[in-house]
Design a protein around this ligand. Structure first.
Ligand code: AMP
Ligand code: ZN
Length: 114
């Protein structure tokens, strides 16, 4: 998708502070961190949101979640934990239409969301 900012980060057209990359996924620091640890993990394939996935995506989604918790531990969240968030569409607060998992940690996080 030409006008997708996350696809542009994947393709190196705009900068991203990368944490992890393999053939299928990329992790990078959120540009507006909401916690001491705040990074995003995205599939390299453009998927608009978690609500546009199906059985054929199950392995990829599972691998994203496994990698998200590995990277959370590597970021120092292993003992106290972290939050893994997938915002979806308007009511979910999604502002970038390329599936992404937020990983937040490094401080206690309030619940429920406002
Ligand atoms: P969401 O509101 O769940 O769609 O989250 C989108 C996130 O992407 C926000 O937390 C933004 O701060 C973050 N973001 C937007 N543009 C960039 C960028 N160029 N590099 C890193 N993070 C970004
Ligand atoms: Zn994209």
């Amino acid at each position: 998708m030409n006008d997708c900012i996350f696809c542009k980060i994947i393709q190196g057209e705009i900068p991203g502070r990368k944490i992890y990359e393999d053939d299928d996924m990329l992790a990078f620091h959120d540009i507006g961190p909401q916690a001491p640890v705040h990074f995003l993990l995205i599939p390299k394939r453009h998927i608009t949101s978690i609500m546009e996935t199906g059985d054929e995506d199950a392995l990829l989604i599972g691998r994203l979640l496994v990698k998200a918790q590995e990277l959370a531990k590597e970021s120092g969240c292993g003992e106290k934990g972290a939050r893994f968030v997938i915002n979806c569409k308007e009511d979910g607060g999604q502002t970038v239409d390329h599936l992404h998992i937020h990983v937040l940690g490094g401080r206690p996080l309030a619940w429920p969301p406002g």
